[in-house]
Design a protein around this ligand. Structure first.
Ligand code: HEM
Length: 521
């Protein structure tokens, strides 16, 4: 009798638990998103119909898999890439225009490909009031932690004030010699390979490795063996997070691929551990504090702040310095490497521009040692860089989250809405750039800083507003140095084995690498 009583209570408790779970899941997966969906409709926004709890993810994945198959058989080198890299946005634009809401799981995203709408909306918000999507903060925690890319509000102001001066052109000058040294090492390797009769080089793989070495050395200096170890682990982390079937935005979505989530967490911890030991070592050694690398510059700036007002909370903690170093790795190496990679593809395709740049290098830099002051004279190279970043922006989208209701004319963007700004769409839009939007024409930037773009928010390679890329001077320097050295030594042609299939793995990259036929000059 007593036994039955206990089991009865257990059954009742279990039933109550499952009922509660059922109601919680129904609320999270259906009721709450449907309420938000209705609110967004009342605020004036349409979009593709979501099916909760996946939102529009299923349709996005279906669109993506169609593209992968067709790109495999295509060797057509068109720059009209929006429908290839974002097939779902390209389709939805046809029925919903350039501003609409779509859903990643139960998270609403306001899609924006209209520069005028972006201008009006951002006029209402100062940089520190913008949020970064919580859903990505959680998902990418092992990569960025609370580094500059992800922090908000007063924390963002504090981080930015300490970090921005470290990246000013005078400070980063000292990093140039490391860039030259690493590039020359790669050049020597290429010459050996070419002399052995193998002219085909996977330029994407090589340049990503080069930029990895450069960012390891420029962040931590030349001596630290741990730096390359960190780099390899960070690459593995990126592959773990972005090469798996993912359900970001779906409640409990990370448990769908639990093994990968654990793997990412473990790699994240190992990286933190390594970085902590490098930074602690540096902080404790008075001599190395002045070391001329990004970590040294950052610790120096931090120290200035410590001395400046001595107030706790004004400086970066060690934990925050760790996250900033990770952010430099991710923000800094792949974007710059891809800018160089896509440039080499476009120059291989457009030999006239390859020759024009080579002539300019001969004229401005000569055969002398590469002097930094000369690099600013490379005007045509700057136009080529702008045009490549327009056609193939390594950061193909910019994200924000709204932290208070924003009114844009008669529309209202409610607090909590995520923004997804489609940079690829804007950069390829005929209405903004004219009929030749999908053509490689660096001359459009020659006498016009805006490249003939009819809207000041139409070109967003480095983002917009106060949160614009903090590392762009470093990127310009690396781009100029690497291309000057490569173009002075080699000529490039597209290999017949190249498949033109740009795709997104956080950044915009060539899916099957970039095999080029390379000759020494
Ligand atoms: C061609 C190379 C690069 C491109 C295309 C690029 C692009 C971008 C973009 C689009 C943003 C977002 C801006 C926004 O949200 O409005 C950004 C932010 C950022 N980038 Fe870069 N970047 C490049 C190189 C670098 C380098 C070399 C570093 C550092 C080593 C770096 C560090 C950062 C950081 C820390 C942020 C966050 C800034 C903030 O939120 O205040 N980037 N970058």
């Amino acid at each position: 009798m007593e036994f039955l009583g206990v089991s009865g209570v257990l059954v009742a408790l279990m039933t109550a638990f499952f009922l509660l779970l059922f109601f919680m899941l129904t609320f999270c997966w259906c009721i709450s998103p449907i309420l938000i969906l209705n609110k967004l409709k009342r605020c004036g926004f349409g979009g593709p119909t979501p099916i909760f709890p996946l939102g529009n993810i299923k349709e996005m994945k279906r669109n993506n898999s169609n593209i992968v198959h067709s790109s495999l058989v295509s060797s057509n080198l068109t720059h009209d890439i929006h429908s290839t890299v974002f097939p779902y946005f390209s389709n939805w634009q046809k029925s919903h225009g350039k501003v609409f809401v779509y859903w990643l799981g139960t998270e609403p995203f306001l899609y924006v490909a209209d520069p005028e709408f972006l201008k009006r909306m951002s006029a209402e918000v100062v940089a520190k009031r913008w949020g970064k999507p919580n859903v990505f903060k959680i998902d990418r925690e092992p990569m960025f932690g609370s580094g500059l890319v992800m922090v908000e509000g007063n924390d963002w102001v504090r981080h930015r004030h300490i970090i921005a001066p470290a990246f000013n052109p005078l400070n980063i000058k000292v990093l140039a010699s490391m860039m030259v040294e690493s590039t020359n090492k790669m050049i020597e390797r290429w010459v050996t390979q070419i002399n052995s009769g193998n002219l085909e080089i996977d330029v994407e793989r090589e340049v990503i490795a080069l930029a990895g070495e450069i960012i390891s050395r420029t962040t931590f200096g030349m001596k630290d063996d741990n730096a390359m170890d960190v780099f390899h682990k960070l690459r593995a982390l990126q592959v773990t997070l972005f090469k798996t079937n993912r359900y970001v935005g779906v409640p409990f979505g990370k448990y769908f691929n639990f093994k990968k989530t654990l793997e990412a967490k473990k790699l994240g911890k190992e990286i933190d551990h390594l970085l902590l030991s490098i930074i602690e070592g540096r902080k404790n050694s008075q001599k190395d504090n002045s070391q001329q690398d990004l970590l040294g510059l950052l610790l120096q700036e931090n120290h200035q702040y410590e001395k400046g007002d001595g107030k706790l909370g004004k400086t970066l903690t060690i934990r925050e310095v760790v996250d900033e170093c990770k952010t430099f790795f991710f923000g800094g190496h792949e974007t710059t490497a891809l800018a160089i990679t896509w440039t080499l593809l476009l120059l291989a395709k457009h030999e006239d521009w390859q020759n024009q740049l080579r002539d300019e290098i001969r004229e401005v830099v000569g055969n002398d040692m590469l002097h930094l002051s000369n690099l600013s004279g490379l005007k045509k190279m700057k136009c080529v860089m702008n045009e490549v970043l327009r056609l193939y922006p390594p950061a193909p989208n910019v994200q924000r989250q709204v932290r208070e209701d924003i009114k844009v004319d008669n529309l209202r963007v409610p607090n909590g809405t995520n923004l997804w700004i489609d940079v690829v769409a804007m950069h390829h839009d005929n209405e903004i750039w004219g009929k030749d939007a999908n053509e490689f024409r660096p001359e459009r930037f020659m006498d016009d800083m805006n490249g003939g773009c009819n809207h000041k928010m139409g070109y967003l390679s480095f983002g917009f507003g106060g949160r614009m890329c903090v590392g762009r001077n470093l990127a310009f320097m690396e781009y100029n140095i690497v291309l000057t050295l490569l173009l002075s030594k080699f000529s490039f042609k597209v290999s017949p084995t190249y498949h033109h299939s740009p795709s997104i793995m956080l950044s915009l990259r060539p899916t099957y690498g970039l095999p080029l036929i390379v000759h020494t000059l």
